[in-house]
Structures are given as structure tokens and as C-alpha cells.
Design a protein around this ligand. Structure first.
Ligand code: FAD
Length: 615
């Protein structure tokens, strides 16, 4: 690349507009173009493989699709730039066995994953995942990811919670940011095109097949369909259901899960939401598990290492669900500091020394200064659990394809659920999930697109017109107050946190159901006073809030039906895990009237014996 040609210019050259997508002109499309001036094209824009999401899952899917068939047009759509996804925020590292000299193996990685997930893991998925995870690390290394290196020049590794061996590969504590840049470079190099600042509003499933999506250009407000032979949903998680106490980015609004619900497909294990032990006290931004992996300790108000009371064998490196409950129990029993939402315990890394912190954990020092005004080189930092990860997601039928039940539709990364993480994800297992499942989804989407034809576009047309009218209806009256929307979002987050958070009971869940009904009614009555389509961020957030309310309802349905405690789903009224009745996935669907239904699907059990989870 010429020195005059900057990276920004390179990225800009890969960014296209919907009008630049090849437009075919069948009768239906001509009629549609005439009826919808906002498509700006003579027909419906098309591409072969359309990927929604520019986190690691979307980027790896795009590259894999291009490599599988370089003749295919592959387009990545995203609400935000790739550097603003959850992937970019990942800190601690990416799991994958690359050193077998100390007895580690793919089987051990899979076993830890199954146990960590409290046996709600499909064991066939976990075994393949562990094998491909190792390959993913080598691939990232090969395409130039600047991992931290040990004295021998090998990719450096640290312990992550719930791991029996050291296999969390890292790049300082900025693994996600560095991975994002590496994967973005690779996507640009492989001819992937980008539609940035476009919001997927809806999926179109016609006669059971996926035929494309309705997109909204956030900058211009244009709402238009894009037909694709195959679509990959890599839209991330839905942890923003706990709006004001989460470590995740603002884009984590469950748009993919909500789209599949509206399309009549299944949302699997929605109640399985992870709480990470160490969010900063104010707001919940993350202090990575790597802080404990490097030797950080958790202290209560007696100055005791609190984990001694709960998991003396693993201490701070027990799985996240257990550490989070331990911290909350300390706070409940009066051994924490502060009160209410400001209650906390301490994470102490001071004994690691400045040199080690600056070498391996520089970002969390920055986070500590930014959010708590505390230099954790010099003093312990107040922390409390924060909502962090969605184990539940779009149901895919097999890790071999990452296909959903609708032909032409695939899912990957945190948006998907192929049951690798079960009821509790292990630290470091998500970044490799995005690489593994993204690649598989991309290959299979490309294979499908190489043989399939475009759908008719009829339903896509109807849906697009519906959304154009929707924008007018919600914004056209000049009435409403955006503050009502923001207040509703805050209330939803708090209600979900208190009633469906770390400790759940029947009575709290039933009370939450009433709240959800009230929230839904208030949502439907909301209006946005600004009718200007250009950068109407209030409308963007309005759509996201609708998706969060759907995801909240689905999660509540699963949490109420699952009368047991398993992993991050902890029912104080059913303290024990109940394999006889609940070694099953919850499968939530929604009918056209908006009513949700629940079914069960057996967990795939393999070589790992189902037993009590002990550490
Ligand atoms: C602070 C933090 C630290 C973490 N640390 C680690 C770690 O150390 N190790 C680890 O393994 N995991 C870690 N994780 C988890 C991990 O980063 C994520 O689970 C993973 O990166 C998710 O990747 P993804 O590609 O599936 O989704 P994301 O990276 O969340 O990307 C989702 C994409 O979908 C797009 N999108 C969503 N909805 C729409 C829509 N309607 N229209 C268009 N585009 C849409 C978004 O714009 C975004 O580009 C961490 C997470 C956080 C938040």
C-alpha cells in the first residue's frame, strides 16, 4: 500500500451504499421501486451473502465466505463501525489449546466448557468448538494478530476462570481491540464490502426461506430492502436488557434475536444471561477476569479473601456465576462496603506491581482511573457484578453449519446459540466462539449462496412498506417526548436487574411479568416528536428498545419455566440443579399476535458424565 494511502481511505473504499449493490429488475421490483422513492434504485438491491454485524463473528464469516467462493459478493452491514462492537471491548484473552506439553488437550478444553456451562452444553458442539478454537488461534497468528509473547517468543497465555489448564491467549488486556483490527484488515484485503451505519429492521422469511432483510440507513433515514441468497446474523447479544448495569456496548440490544422471534423462529435458552463478577462499582464497565488470572484477589470489608468461604480450591478463578453470587452474598450479609446500587467489594491487584500491570493489564488501569478515579497500581478498586454475556441466542441446528431452521439463514457469535456455553460461559471462550462459529457460518452461507437463487422479494416489499409507514406513524404526529422513552428504558433495566438478576424467585419473576406488560403498553404509546429522517437517533433507539422488551419477555418466560438452579440461572426457591426435569434447552417462539410460546429441547450428552459441578 502506498504511504499516501491511509487506512481510513482504504476502509472508505470498502464502504458502499445500498444503491451500489447490483439491482435486478423483475416486475415486482419495478413496481416496488415506483412505490417506494426511498430505495433510490431501479430495483431491489441485492448481494450474494449478506452479513449483519461487524464484530469478530461477522468479520470472520465474511472472510470465510469470500474464501469459499471469491465470485460471491459479500457485504457486511453494521449499526456502528467495527471498532465499536463488543468484540473491540474484549480484554482478557481468547481460549484455544496451542501448547500440549503440560497435558492440555482439546478434550480437556471441551470438558471444562461443559462443566463450566453446568452441563447445559451440547457436548458435540463443545468438542468441535475446542478443536476449532486451537485452529482459530493459529489462523489469527498467521494473519498477523500481534499477540503478547512470552520469553520463548510464543503466544502468551494466562489462566481464565473455570479452566483446568492455562490456555487463554492474549494481547495485553486489549485482546478484542487488537483482534478487531486484525480481522478488519483481513476482511478489507479479501474484498468484503461494508454498509456502515445501517440498521437491520426486519428479516424476511418467504415460504420458509430467508430472502433478505429490511435495512434503514441511519444517516439518511432511507428504509429499503436488500435481497440476498443467504444471510448471516452476527448481531451480538442482548445484555442491554439490564440497561444501566452492564459491561456491554450500546449496540447489544438483541436485534437478531428479536428479528428471529418476529419471523417465527426459535430463541434458545434466553434466560441464560451471564453476570461478570468484576464490573466497576459505578456503571458496570468491565475489569477483566485477567486481573484475577494474573493474581488479583477479592476482599470483603473484613479484609478477608472472600472466595475462601465459597470455593477454596479455585478461589478467584472459580467460574463467573459462582464468583458473582459469592460477591453478592458478601454484600447481602453485610461484609461489603456501601449501600444499594453503590454497594461493592474490593479487587486488589496492587501486589502485582506497576511493571506487570503496565505490561499485561494497562487498559484496566485506565478504566479504573476513568470510572472510579482510582489508580489500581496504588489501591484496590471497588467492584460489583455486572451483566456481561448472552449464552442464549438464535437457535442454530448444528455447529457443522451454523444454519437456522430457515434455509438461507445462518447465525454466528454471541447472537447465536449452538449450546457451547450452556448456562455459564467460561472467560476467553467467546472470542474463540466468534472466530469458530463465524467461519463455519461464512463457509456454509457461501455454499448455500453458490447454489441458491434469490427469493421473489414479495414479502420483502411488503415488510419494507410496513416499516416506511411505521416511521411516519411513530414520528409524524409531532407529539411525544423522547424523555419518556429514556425513562422507560431505565425502568426496564432496573426491573430486570432486581427481578431477573443474580438471584431469582417465582414471586419476583411474576412481579416482573406484570411490569413487562405495563412496559409494552407504554412502549406502544410512545411517539418520537422529531420526524426528520436524517440521523434520527431517537428512532434508532426506539427500535432497539422494542427489541430489548421482546428479549426481556423471552428471558422471563425461560427463567419462570426453569424451576431449578443451573449456572447463571439461580432460583432461590429451587436451589438444586434438576437434571431429571431440566437437562433441556428452552426454545421460545412468538406467533403473529405477539404471544410467546415455550418448548423444550434435549441437551446433547456425549462422553462427559453429567455430575455435580464441584470446584
Ligand atoms: C468489556 C468486554 C470484555 C470482554 N472480554 C472478553 C474476553 O476477554 N474474552 C472473550 O472471549 N470474550 C470477551 N468478551 C465477550 C466478547 O467480546 C463478545 O461476546 C464477542 O466479541 C461478541 O462478538 P460478536 O461478533 O458476536 O458480536 P459484537 O462484537 O457484539 O458485534 C455485533 C455487531 O452487530 C451489529 N448489529 C447489531 N444489531 C444490528 C442491527 N440491527 N443492524 C445492523 N447491525 C447490527 C453491531 O453494530 C456490531 O457490529 C467481552 C465482552 C465485553 C463487553
Amino acid at each position: 500500500m502506498s504511504e499516501q494511502f491511509t487506512r481510513r481511505e482504504f476502509l472508505q473504499s470498502a464502504c458502499i451504499t445500498m444503491g451500489a449493490l447490483a439491482a435486478s429488475t423483475t416486475g415486482v421490483e419495478k413496481a416496488f421501486a415506483a412505490s417506494s422513492p426511498s430505495t433510490n434504485t431501479s430495483g431491489i438491491p441485492t448481494c450474494d451473502v449478506l452479513i449483519i454485524g461487524s464484530g469478530a463473528a461477522g468479520l470472520r464469516a465474511a472472510v470465510a465466505a469470500r474464501k469459499k467462493n471469491p465470485k460471491l459478493s459479500v457485504v457486511v452491514v453494521s449499526k456502528v463501525m467495527p471498532t465499536r462492537s463488543a468484540t473491540s471491548m474484549a480484554e482478557g484473552g481468547i481460549n484455544g489449546v496451542i501448547d500440549f506439553s503440560e497435558g492440555d488437550s482439546f478434550e480437556l478444553h471441551a470438558k471444562d466448557t461443559v462443566k463450566g456451562g453446568d452441563y447445559l452444553v451440547d457436548q458435540d458442539s463443545a468438542l468441535k468448538f475446542a478443536t476449532y478454537a486451537s485452529e482459530a488461534i493459529h489462523e489469527l497468528d498467521y494473519i498477523g494478530m500481534p499477540f503478547s509473547r512470552n520469553a520463548k517468543g510464543q503466544v502468551d497465555r494466562r489462566y481464565a476462570g473455570g479452566a483446568s489448564k492455562i490456555r487463554c491467549n492474549f494481547a495485553k488486556d486489549k485482546t478484542g481491540q487488537i483482534l478487531t483490527h486484525t480481522c478488519l484488515d483481513d476482511a478489507l484485503k479479501n474484498g468484503v464490502k461494508f454498509l456502515m451505519e445501517h440498521q437491520m429492521l426486519e428479516l424476511s422469511i418467504e415460504n420458509g426461506n430467508c430472502e433478505g432483510v429490511v435495512l434503514r440507513n441511519i444517516r439518511t433515514g432511507d428504509i429499503a430492502p436488500v435481497r440476498a441468497k443467504s444471510v448471516v446474523l452476527a448481531t451480538g447479544g442482548y445484555t442491554r436488557v439490564f440497561w444501566n448495569r452492564t459491561s456491554t456496548p450500546y449496540i447489544a440490544t438483541g436485534d437478531g434475536a428479536a428479528a428471529v422471534l418476529r419471523a417465527g423462529l426459535a430463541f434458545k435458552d434466553p434466560e441464560m444471561l451471564q453476570f461478570h463478577p468484576t464490573g466497576v462499582c459505578h456503571g458496570g464497565a468491565l475489569i477483566t477476569e485477567a486481573a484475577r488470572g494474573e493474581g488479583g484477589i477479592l476482599l470483603n470489608n473484613q479484609g478477608e479473601r472472600l472466595m475462601k468461604r465459597y470455593v477454596p480450591n479455585k478461589m478467584e478463578l472459580a467460574p463467573r456465576d459462582i464468583v458473582s453470587r459469592s460477591i453478592e452474598t458478601e454484600i447481602r450479609e453485610g461484609r461489603g462496603f456501601g449501600h444499594d446500587m453503590e454497594a461493592y467489594v474490593l479487587l486488589d491487584v496492587t501486589h502485582l506491581g506497576e511493571e506487570k500491570i503496565m505490561r499485561n493489564l494497562p487498559q484496566i488501569r485506565h478504566v479504573g482511573l476513568l470510572f472510579e478515579n482510582i489508580d489500581l497500581v496504588k489501591q484496590p478498586i471497588p467492584i460489583r457484578p455486572t451483566a456481561h454475556y448472552s449464552m442464549g441466542g438464535i437457535h442454530v441446528t448444528s455447529i457443522d453449519t451454523m444454519a437456522t431452521t430457515a434455509p438461507g439463514l445462518f447465525a454466528a457469535g454471541e447472537a447465536s446459540c449452538v449450546s457451547i456455553h450452556g448456562a455459564n460461559r467460561l472467560g476467553g471462550n467467546s472470542l474463540c466462539d466468534t472466530n469458530v462459529t463465524g467461519k463455519i457460518a461464512g463457509i456454509n452461507a457461501a455454499e448455500y449462496a453458490s447454489k441458491a437463487d434469490f427469493g421473489s422479494g414479495k414479502r420483502l416489499k411488503d415488510l419494507t412498506l410496513k416499516w416506511i409507514s411505521h416511521f411516519k406513524e411513530i414520528t409524524g404526529s409531532g407529539k411525544g417526548n423522547v424523555n419518556d422513552m429514556y425513562a422507560l428504558r431505565e425502568e426496564m433495566g432496573a426491573a430486570n436487574w432486581y427481578n431477573m438478576g443474580i438471584f431469582r424467585t417465582e414471586s419476583k419473576l411474576l412481579a416482573l411479568a406484570d411490569k413487562h406488560a405495563e412496559f409494552q403498553a407504554r412502549y406502544e404509546a410512545l411517539r418520537i416528536p422529531n420526524a426528520n429522517p436524517i440521523f434520527n437517533t431517537a428512532y434508532t433507539e426506539y427500535i432497539e428498545l422494542g427489541n430489548l422488551l421482546l428479549a426481556s419477555r423471552a428471558a422471563l418466560m425461560g427463567a419462570t419455566a426453569r424451576k431449578e438452579s443451573r449456572g447463571s440461572h439461580y432460583r432461590e426457591d429451587y436451589l438444586k440443579r434438576d437434571d431429571a426435569n431440566f437437562l433441556k434447552h428452552t426454545m421460545v417462539t412468538m406467533d403473529e399476535s405477539g404471544k410467546m410460546h415455550l418448548a423444550w429441547k434435549d441437551v446433547v450428552v456425549g462422553q462427559f458424565k453429567i455430575e455435580e459441578r464441584k470446584y
